[in-house]
Design a binder for this molecule. Structure first.
Ligand SMILES: *Cc1c(COP(=O)(O)O)cnc(C)c1O
Length: 461
């Protein structure tokens, strides 16, 4: 391994947590009991946990020290002040509404900014984001550039919005029927693909002309900023902090899941530029989350988030983060395993269509592949395909996304390069006997966000 291409971990380890692999017979029993759904596997039976990078982060010594400075007053906590200052400084938004996690912010934003029947265009959807938009009467429209749906299209900014699609929608439906544009940086379901600053600016100019607001899903904004520094002309000498400020200068506000790029285990917020909207959001936060000075978080959690946000903007941190993910992707690519390219910021996505060509999409190839990988190696991953996409609420048909993927998500500051070697070996071994991956069918299918708790069984075709 080339340590110049892949710099060593920019930290040393102070606390460790033992992991171990349970034996094959046990893994087979565990996945069957879990209904072939990796969300339902008990954590203690998992060896390397790549289910998600959400809330699975390792906090720094400074963040743990900050936890001890938690001011747990019901109102006016000093940690809120610290968080507010950090968000103002890093994002440039004056108003902060803290929430228990990202979806709390999505709920509030959807309620204050969507009128029933309005369209909410976005660069692909995210599960909880779309849920709250639709629950408030919004109609989601996908306006991501077409190539984002093609797992093999290798482009530097595959998360960009297709401006012609956005313009067409505005002409077709009328600006007054568009609630706002939801712009995710990076695009999780497209494979963690970044959006260019050029695109953000163009979206801002277009929406300004029509008086339409733009809200960012800022969940992985620091990863997006790293890609801009790496790939966009004119930004190589800018700091991550400078790039973030320019990014958010093109938005009216942002929802944030602190569990990702704030490097904490729980938390989130809604940040806004407009005072009137902020006052409306503040009225709702008391109903759904808590006082506007804590929003469902303990004082200590807000302190850890304020510190984590600053750490996340350190170049050495984010460089290692993105390159560690890329390293795993390169190992798989070299071995001929089909993955979504280019590798994005938080995860390597296996392309289940090409991995399991013997399975139809309705036989849940990605779900079955994730289960098979657990049996193979004790590595836990997540389906991001037809099961996650859910059903059309009107017709009852499955949404059939073009991307049928298994996500290997890397938690921040948790695993080493050696763990990436081990994961790559497991996937490559499984790829060699991929014909053994069987079709699945539902045993239990929940109505909302079904992927979290659905149960399946394998069958013979
Ligand atoms: C995780 C995530 C959310 C939701 O945040 P939670 O903190 O899990 O509620 C929203 N958008 C994206 C892109 C995410 O990855």
């Amino acid at each position: 391994m080339d340590y110049k291409k892949y710099p060593a971990e920019p930290y040393r380890i102070k606390v460790v947590e033992t992991v171990q692999m349970v034996d094959l017979a046990e893994r087979e029993r565990v996945i069957q009991e879990a209904g072939y759904n990796t969300f339902l596997i008990p954590s203690e039976d998992v060896y390397i946990d790549l289910l998600t990078d959400s809330g699975t982060n390792a906090m720094s010594d400074s963040q743990w020290a900050g936890m001890m400075r938690g001011d747990e007053a019901y109102a006016g906590s000093r940690n809120f002040k610290h968080l507010e200052e950090s968000v103002q400084e890093i994002f440039g938004f004056p108003y902060l509404v803290p929430t228990h996690q990202g979806r709390g912010a999505e709920n509030i934003l959807s309620r204050v900014a969507i009128k029933p029947g309005q369209y909410v265009p976005g660069n692909m959807y995210f599960t909880t984001t779309r849920y709250h938009q639709e629950a408030n009467g919004g109609i989601f429209v996908d306006i991501i550039r077409e190539e984002a749906h093609d797992a093999a299209a290798d482009l530097p900014f595959k998360g960009d919005i297709d401006l012609a699609k956005l313009e067409g929608l505005i002409e077709d439906k009328g600006a007054e029927n568009i609630a706002y544009v939801c712009l995710a940086v990076t695009v999780n379901l497209a494979g963690g693909q970044p959006v260019s600053l050029g695109n953000m600016k163009a979206v801002r100019e277009l929406t300004n002309r029509h008086g339409i607001k733009v809200f960012f899903d800022a969940t992985r904004c620091v990863e997006n900023a790293y890609f801009i520094k790496e790939r966009e002309e004119g930004y190589q000498d800018k700091s991550i902090g400078e790039i973030l400020l320019e990014m958010f200068s093109y938005a009216d506000g942002a929802t944030m899941s602190g569990k990702k790029d704030c490097i904490v285990n729980i938390g989130g917020f809604l940040a806004l530029r407009d005072e009137e909207l902020f006052l409306k959001a503040k009225e709702l936060v008391v109903v759904f989350e808590g006082m506007p000075s804590y929003g469902g978080m303990a004082g200590r959690d807000m302190e850890a988030m304020a510190i984590g946000l600053r750490e996340a903007t350190q170049f050495e941190y984010i460089q290692h983060r993105v390159l560690q993910v890329r390293y795993l992707g390169e190992l798989l690519k070299e071995a001929g395993v089909p993955i979504v390219e280019p590798v994005g910021g938080h995860a390597v996505f296996l392309d289940a269509r090409r991995f399991c060509p013997h399975l139809e999409q309705e036989e849940f190839p990605a779900q079955s592949l994730a289960a098979a990988l657990f049996i193979e190696s004790g590595v836990r991953s997540m389906e991001r395909g037809i099961v996650s996409a859910g059903r059309n609420q009107d017709t009852g048909e499955h949404h059939k996304p073009k991307l049928e993927t298994v996500r290997l998500t890397i938690p921040r500051r948790v695993y080493t390069y050696k763990h990436m070697d081990l994961v790559a070996d497991a996937v490559i071994k499984l790829y060699k006997h991929k014909e053994d991956i069987r079709p699945l069918r539902f045993v239990y299918e929940p109505k909302q966000l079904r992927f979290f708790t659905a149960r399946f069984e394998p069958f013979d075709k």
